[in-house]
Design a protein around this ligand. Structure first.
Ligand code: NAG
Ligand code: NAG
Length: 263
């Protein structure tokens, strides 16, 4: 039940800290000819971190001419993927909470609720892992691309030692670091919940009751219950899954037999 409280909350933290981000850095270029200097060049950027589209102008320290520059890199795909996973995980966990609390009977009917819940939980665990890893990589790219010292390397004025180029301030990254931490926390939360949802499916107890090899039993019921039955493809998939669980019960006599054989 801890899932019920924490999953929507953790998902909100993950997408709010990443999707709501905006930050900036400031440079100063102090030319030999002071009238050409600009001591506060502000560069702002935000989610979804299409940094190559963030343009800014800097003095060249050669007359009135200015240099037009852009930051480097594009972390939008990993950032958007991460936020999308977080939003859908939020919506699903909210819906699952409502179903679990108010439609307990429907949830248990034909074992369909636990089965869907199990599959979706496995899928979301995987998506959280992939999304958080990708976004962690994306964030490290963002950090390099928005490091004022790295940006100063792009300025032609700063190649002249007589001009003084300085990093005034760096972007604040704490909320983005938080989003990565919450991404992995969400992965742990969802992956840990696989076990509890798995128990709800009843596969676990039917495996134990007959004391057959639990691993074999579980892998067999995976094959029958979820994956071979094409649960994603055909719309009849969920209906068909009702069958396999009865299949499984049909096979259960083999459990005790093998148990006595082993003795
Ligand atoms: C310095 O650069 C900023 C952009 O970061 C610009 O808005 C400002 O007008 C510039 N100042 C001068 C004196 O050119
Ligand atoms: C400094 O720059 C201004 C404007 O670009 C120019 O008029 C002036 O001649 C420059 N001074 C020197 C010493 O280069």
């Amino acid at each position: 039940m801890c899932m019920v409280i924490f999953a929507p909350l953790f998902a909100i933290f993950a997408f709010a800290t990443c999707g709501g981000y905006s930050g900036g850095l400031r440079l100063s270029v102090d030319c030999v000819n002071k009238t050409e200097s600009n001591l506060s060049i502000d560069i702002a950027f935000a989610y979804p971190f299409r940094l190559h589209q963030v343009t800014f102008e800097v003095p060249t320290c050669e007359g009135k001419e200015r240099q037009k520059l852009a930051l480097t890199g594009d972390s939008s795909s990993s950032a958007e993927f991460f936020v999308t996973v977080a939003v859908f995980a939020f919506l699903y966990s909210l819906a699952a909470t409502v179903v679990y609390i108010f439609f307990q009977n429907k949830y248990r009917e034909n074992n369909r609720g636990p089965l869907i819940d199990f599959i979706v939980t496995v899928v979301f665990s995987f998506l959280w892992l992939v999304g958080s890893s990708a976004w962690a990589k994306g964030l490290s790219d963002v950090k390099v691309a928005t490091d004022p010292k790295e940006v100063l390397l792009l300025l032609s004025a700063c190649k002249q030692p007589s001009n003084k180029c300085m990093a005034v301030h760096s972007p604040v990254m704490s909320s983005l670091n938080t989003s990565v931490v919450f991404g992995f926390l969400n992965f742990i939360l969802w992956a840990g919940n696989i076990w509890f949802v798995f128990k709800e499916t009843g596969w676990h107890s039917s495996g134990q009751r007959y004391l057959s090899d639990p691993m074999e039993k579980h892998s067999r019921s995976y094959n029958q219950g979820g994956y071979n039955q094409d649960s994603y493809g055909s719309s009849g998939g969920y209906g068909q899954q009702v069958g396999p669980s009865s299949d499984e019960f049909g096979q259960q006599p083999s459990g005790p037999t093998s148990f006595t054989n082993q003795i």
